[in-house]
Design a protein. Structure first.
Length: 188
């Protein structure tokens, strides 16, 4: 059902489903162990021949729904020390965790606690009013907005505060897109 629905609206990312393959293999092995020896050899070989190439192909970067390395390369090339950055949604902050060198020198002005401190991928952000104040008072003239492939109409309050503050005090100066990631540069 998820595979069918995900053709129209993504509910999961295929590369994460790969983590379930060992469990599926154990379940299949438990079922095959109950069959006579000769009965399960052919299905086992067929599964190996069919599943393994799919598994390998799914793990190739060109098959991922997002290009984190490409987004990090844009930030590294275009950002200036002292620029600020906002992540829409907070879990997109994982790009900065994966490629810290590219984001070095940028100030994450919505971040209250790092992902490591918060024990999650997005960290803990300030409340919406404080995010609005921090964006308005930012000492920089440039703020980056890094977002996923789609901006949902009903943003969480922190994300709505980020977008509202940028629209009030800044103008969009540039947009870069890579697979699954949009980077926008706003200038005061």
């Amino acid at each position: 059902m998820l595979l069918l629905v995900s053709q129209f609206h993504p509910f999961y990312t295929g590369r994460y489903v790969i983590g379930s393959l060992p469990a599926m293999t154990l379940l299949a092995a438990a079922g095959l162990a109950r069959l006579p020896y000769r009965t399960w050899i052919a299905p086992l070989v067929a599964m190996a021949v069919i599943v393994e190439p799919l598994h390998v192909a799914q793990r190739r970067p060109e098959n991922w729904w997002d290009d984190l390395r490409g987004a990090a390369a844009i930030v590294k090339r275009e950002a200036r020390p002292g620029d600020a950055i906002l992540f829409l949604t907070a879990d997109r902050r994982s790009i900065a965790e994966a490629y810290p060198e590219a984001f070095r020198g940028l100030r994450d002005i919505a971040l209250r606690r790092t992902p490591a401190e918060a024990g999650n991928f997005g960290g803990a952000e300030f409340d919406p009013a404080e995010i609005g104040r921090r964006v308005a008072r930012a000492s920089t003239t440039r703020v980056w907005l890094l977002e996923g492939p789609w901006r949902t109409p009903s943003l969480v309050p922190q994300d709505r505060a980020k977008v509202d503050a940028l629209q009030r005090g800044f103008r969009q100066a540039g947009v870069w897109r890579v697979r699954g990631v949009t980077l926008s540069l706003f200038q005061r």
